[in-house]
Ligand binder design. Structure first.
Ligand SMILES: [Cu+2]
Length: 284
């Protein structure tokens, strides 16, 4: 036993020595793509640069999309650090054009990677398409580019974004922030915007969102220990807790309340009323 142990020890030591000597021979490791875990959704080639757009899921979908951007300089093959980027998605419809809610774009710890999110409130279709306009600056120069992008309807058909007019005659966009549901009390977030015009979607602050998750396939039962979503100034999102007691299809019934606690949209679930007109759906 003792000899086996010392043999393993010596073997481990020799591996250590080998890898040390590898390090010292001056080769630099191949640069890893920090966005390997994501999917390259679109490339914009313009101004001697390629702008790479990555998404967390395959492609872009209706609702909340967390996105990552990089700018590659074609002549050097290197990625541009610390650029300033802004974006403006526009949907070109038969009779009009409109934008959608979007975040600012920030630089990540790896300063060649930029991130933000866009909430698409409509999917692309045969006659109506989305165009993403990008403006980016570095080294004292500002560049622009734009390209048509494809926004897909979700394959599972589940609703994760609501566009509606409230009792206050205001148009709102309310989207669920994607998460990986578990049989547990889950962190649960949503983002809420007002549609001021076709191109202006400011964040709505200090409202609250009551949640009532139900399983319509199982006598519409609920779950204990949910927490309503409350506005968080630091993240501009509404955060709470969603309790899921089993796997399957859940309808998360919602009621939107203004800062005075007055209902703006959605109804309570009762014996007579099995669901709210405002809701998110998920299945896991
Ligand atoms: Cu549209």
């Amino acid at each position: 036993m003792r000899t086996i142990k010392s043999f393993i020890f010596l073997f481990a030591l020799s591996i250590g020595i080998t890898s040390c000597s590898d390090d010292s021979n001056g080769t630099t490791p191949v640069a890893e793509n920090p966005l390997d875990a994501y999917s390259l959704t679109s490339s914009f080639e313009a101004n001697g640069h390629v702008l790479e757009l990555y998404s967390e899921k395959e492609g872009l979908t209706l609702g909340y999309n967390k996105l990552y951007l990089r700018i590659k300089e074609i002549s050097t093959g290197t990625y541009v650090p610390n650029a300033t980027i802004s974006w403006n998605p526009m949907m070109h419809m038969a009779d009009k054009s409109h934008s959608c809610p979007k975040s600012k774009i920030s630089t990540m710890a790896d300063n060649t990677v930029y991130t933000g999110f866009i909430v698409f409130q409509m999917a692309s279709n045969a006659d109506e398409h989305w165009e993403l306009n990008l403006e980016y600056s570095f080294g004292g120069t500002t560049y622009t580019t734009s390209k048509q992008i494809e926004v897909n309807a979700p394959t599972d058909g589940n609703r994760t974004v609501n566009v509606f007019t409230g009792t206050d005659d205001t148009r709102y966009v309310l989207a669920m922030v994607p998460f990986a549901p578990e049989v547990a009390i889950n962190d649960f977030s949503a983002v809420l915007y007002k549609m001021d015009s076709m191109i202006s979607f400011p964040v709505v602050e200090d409202y609250s969102i009551a949640i009532d998750p139900r399983m319509p396939g199982m006598d519409n039962h609920s779950s204990p220990n949910n927490e309503n979503l409350i506005y968080d100034r630091d993240t501009d999102s509404y955060n709470g807790k969603l309790s899921l007691t089993m796997t399957g299809y859940w309808k998360v019934n919602l009621q939107l309340l203004n800062p005075d606690g007055e209902p703006i949209k959605g109804e309570a679930v009762t014996e007579e009323n099995e669901s709210s007109s405002l809701y998110f759906e998920l299945e896991f």
